[in-house]
Design a protein around this ligand. Structure first.
Ligand code: PXP
Length: 253
């Protein structure tokens, strides 16, 4: 199996910083620690309401990831404002996500079927600028096909429902995992690169990481929370180790 990359989402370092309206803790410093600890890339979501990551953070993250030659994955809503920002910064990747102001987090996947008329041209413009575009979708065969039709190179499968079901001890977990596996196989067969993310912790990472078509996981909230107890570097290293174990490797390839 190919190596599974780990993208670390540092949004919630900014959440803590913003609780005091000050400059500490700095998500850029967290990105540097994450990369030093073995993260393959940095993910950040610039939300319309700027509740965590700010425009200045994106400027700084784009600069340090470029200097360190590591990928920046910009999570963005399908809006003109975010398109302008993406084209100004040219991140390695952009992940198109649904966004509603009242939601606590990205609560479901992007509806690429209904949004096709806006999403396909946006994917085309971002891709023309050299940005790898992914659609963050639920594990739904119709959304996989629509992402391919929209021209996306990548789909990121929303693992939130599966992770919640595992934590709740729900019988639905097995069915949801089968859905993720089927969507990953379908997407790969269509020539899409497959990523996954949302809600992943130490208890849920292994069954997800064992899905052979997956090339990348994006993990944020749990790692930033765990950093409070054991530090960000060790939390990332532990996650990396569990991912490698799930892939049947002691130390990754
Ligand atoms: N992938 C996407 C597309 C997301 O929107 C998020 C949350 O911002 C994540 C991954 C990471 O989710 P979590 O913070 O729950 O690990």
């Amino acid at each position: 199996m190919s190596k599974l990359r780990l993208g670390v989402n540092i949004d919630h370092v900014a959440t803590v910083r913003n609780a005091r309206g000050d400059a500490y803790p700095d998500p850029v410093r967290a990105a540097e620690v994450a990369l030093a600890a073995g993260a393959d890339g940095i993910t950040a979501h610039l939300r319309e309401d700027r509740r965590h990551i700010s425009d200045a953070d994106i400027d700084a993250l784009a600069a340090i990831t470029r200097t360190k030659r590591r990928p920046l994955n910009l999570e963005m809503a399908v809006t003109t404002e975010m398109e302008v920002i993406a084209l100004a910064h040219l991140p390695h990747a952009a992940c198109l996500v649904p966004e509603r102001r009242e939601e606590v987090t990205t609560e479901g996947g992007l509806d690429v079927v209904r949004g096709q008329a806006a999403i396909a041209p946006l994917v085309g413009r971002l891709a023309a600028a050299g940005i790898r575009v992914s659609c963050f979708i639920d594990a739904d065969p119709v959304q996989v096909v629509a992402s391919k039709s929209a021209g996306a190179q990548v789909v990121e499968l929303h693992t939130g429902a599966y992770c919640e079901a595992v934590r709740a001890g729900s019988a639905d977990a097995a069915r949801l995992l089968e859905g993720l596996k089927a969507a990953a196989a379908q997407a790969a067969a269509l020539g899409l690169e497959v990523h996954a993310g949302h809600g992943i912790d130490y208890g849920t990472v292994k069954p997800i990481a064992a899905i052979p078509e997956l090339m990348e996981l994006n993990i944020g909230h749990f790692l930033i929370g765990e950093a409070i107890f054991i530090g960000l570097g060790p939390a990332i290293q532990r996650m990396r180790q569990l991912m490698d174990e799930a892939r049947g490797k002691a130390g990754g390839a």
